[in-house]
Design a protein around this ligand. Sequence first.
Ligand SMILES: Nc1nc2c(ncn2[C@@H]2O[C@H](COP(=O)(O)OP(=O)(O)OP(=O)(O)O)[C@@H](O)[C@H]2O)c(=O)[nH]1
Ligand SMILES: [Mg+2]
Length: 467
Amino acid sequence: MTMHADRNNDTIAAISTPSGQGGIGIVRLSGKGSFQVADRIFTSPKGGRPSGYPSHSIRFGHIRIPDKGDIVDEVLLAVMRAPGTYTSEDVVEVNCHGGPVPLRTILKLCLDQGARLAEPGEFTKRAFLNGRMDLSQAEAVLDMIRSESEAAQRLAAQQLKGVFSEKIRGLRDRIIRILSDIELAIDFTEEDVQFASSGKITRDIKNLRRSVKEVLDTSGKGMILRRGIKAVICGRPNVGKSSLMNALLRHDRVIVTPVAGTTRDVIEESMDISGVMVRLSDTAGIIGTRDRVGMEGVKRSRQKLLEADVAVFMVDASRPLSGEDRRIYGMVRGKRTVVVINKIDLPRAFDVKDAVKAFETNDVLEVSALRGRGLDKIEAAIAERSFGGDMDIAIEGPIVSNLRHKTALEKALEGIERGIEVTDKNYNGELLSSDLNEAFYRLGLITGESAGDDVLDSIFSQFCIGK
Ligand SMILES: Nc1nc2c(ncn2[C@@H]2O[C@H](COP(=O)(O)OP(=O)(O)OP(=O)(O)O)[C@@H](O)[C@H]2O)c(=O)[nH]1
Ligand SMILES: [Mg+2]
């Protein structure tokens, strides 16, 4: 434990910019000794030493090999004094030329002067340990770096701001209040007082359960917005699945031929629908094929369909609806599905009303993948089915976008449910508080109050060195 505490007092250093060549590279220092290190390796033509510069100022100068004076690089040096910094500690950032050799040389000079190489995510971990952000905000830093779409980036920004943490903290505060009401009720001996307060306690817990459920309910769209929508185009052979794939990608990606059974494998590509990433898959026409390649393709297509957030189910307007169409539709039953009639540029073999009846939905889109007609309607439908369609509305308020948070909330909810069961049967203050304490603990895993070293390590080890 003391070992650990000592490590957190070290002055750490790392290259914070990605490896490779770039315009600028940054070596970052954090900790009590940062300014001393900088004093030893930096000189400014205007004189003065970094430890004497005002906080949050930047100076032009040179990194030199101490005692020898040889110039390593021409740099800008930023000095930021605790506590108003990323880590809440003294921080120095050396902006040098963005090549691996100058960066490594400057890092080595810092290490020679007593700094220790930072572990992955250690700067952010310090920000967390020093109370500048909670654990879910620290995770948002990683989400921000990893974001691959506007939606993911905006979710991360919101979580970083603390919108989600605030919600979780509010829930924890409510648990504390209920717990102290339970204590009071236990202390009172008169029956009637106990009865009155247990009624209020039960009501409060039920309200708490509703609030936890409300937050949990956002996890479906939250996870989709963060990682992207998995959308799968399915339908029998030759209906135009690959044509639609190419049309949506605006790029001739997949082979299209008049031969049924052209696509034998699942083909996946990413696209963007109004700022949300969509992982779009084209599949093999699902039928009872006999040859081995076809069977494997069909197997993979079914698997893809199982994992999909949204199924784009397609039929061919120029051929009568068949039992095969209905069978495939049966496979997507219970899924969020977009029903598409393709090839409306050809003479029709059935009426839209027939499709509405066969697929029990009024929401049938008519398109021509060949002519590029109706594509926008398909995009809008995918967006609508998976996150409601409007990103501004979808990302409003606290949102669960990460599996760790979702699991913690589910466990918290279980504790609360158990507590409610206890109160519904026969009010028992002790049992109830133990269930609520469990919920309190689980929510604390999200914000970090109850997170042990194992949890912290598993989170911060995912970061890059230098963040
Ligand atoms: N007229 C017309 N033809 C289309 C349309 N969409 C696709 N086709 C044609 O239908 C045939 C089959 O198209 P694909 O996109 O390969 O169909 P698929 O569903 O991927 O077929 P498999 O991979 O065999 O399952 C090709 O000749 C396409 O040019 C359309 O909207 N109108
Ligand atoms: Mg195909």
